[in-house]
Ligand binder design. Sequence first.
Ligand SMILES: Cc1ncc(COP(=O)(O)O)c(C=O)c1O
Length: 399
Amino acid sequence: MSELALLGGEPTRIKPFPRWPFFGDEEERELLDALRSGNWSVGGAKLAAFEREFASFQHARYGLACTSGSTALLIALKALGVKRGDHVIIPSYTFLATATAVIDAGAVPIFADIESETYTLSAEDAEDRITSKTRCIIPVHLAGCPADMSKILKLAEEYGLKVLEDAAQAHGAEWCSRRVGSIGDAGAFSFYQSKNMTAGEGGFITTNNEEIAELAWSYHNVGRDRRRGWYEHVRYGWNFRMTEFQAAVLLAQLKRLPKLMKKREENAKHLTHLLKSIPGIEPLRKPDYATSHAYHLFIFKYRREEFHGISKERFIEALRAEGIPCSAGYKPLYFYRFLWDEMVEYVQTPGELNLVNTERASREEAVWIPQNVLLAEREELEDIARAVEKIRKYSHRLV
Ligand SMILES: Cc1ncc(COP(=O)(O)O)c(C=O)c1O
């Protein structure tokens, strides 16, 4: 084995992993169709078809396309009746928008811990943070792994809470054979460029409740009412409408998704097998209830004790230098001072949160590999294991 690439040696891998996003004839055909239709916004046929098809794909009765995952969360919170001063429990190991949506709805995000095995919301810790002000809970299906919905649904029933699934990273993921977004009261998806299906930007709200669906439609369309005129607004809302072009691209992306999902799952299983035999490396568990995992990210835990104590950041630097794309992932959201400044009420203080698993994941353990790596050929995944083994063998050189 040669010297570490970080110290001037040959990298384990030079060939790039599959490019993302990618498109084929389908996207081109759908886009041209949309362009030629002359109907580029409200009332377009592609948008209607995509809303129908994606809702049905996620096992939801109703579906509404919108501008982003962030706006999907905000619209859904409003449609679920979350009001100024309400408390909404969220993990802090998530993307910023899970919290900003809550704040934009006038409510207060209450940060709860994650499970150490899956990095999804801990129902036990969430329960400890429920008060008379708690109105809603947002489990995040992080990395495409469904949160433990049986525990979360039980909490919701016991305390009368709404459940909004943040499924921004979990297209097609299943909990006990039910697709995410159709399990709680509503679900929010993202079609941002890095996501497992994309139109560059875009979002989606799923629900099985007609009233929530109607309210969501109104909030995303400047507070209009479907049955009234264009300038008869009935509530405060925004223009968060998706264009016909995004819907056209997404129709094509949705057709390809099942095949890509299968490949990601198979490759994730193989990569888990390759990595788990390396001391100091532990891929996150796919829980039994996850009948399908979307693998938007492949996450493994790194233990510095097996790598001569080198920090997670140094390990990631070395792995990248070996030609393996990876990142350190999220900082816990309570780290962002500006979020606290925007809250209508100061309920928690960062120092008192005591989110042990969140801290450990973020600061010490979590290493993220993006989904496009799982679209490589099976044999190529061996480069990842070889690179990690090389770093372990020579980690004393990085101390
Ligand atoms: C967990 C999570 N929630 C919400 C979002 C927001 O989605 P968007 O970037 O489309 O606004 C994202 C995407 O970045 C996400 O990963």
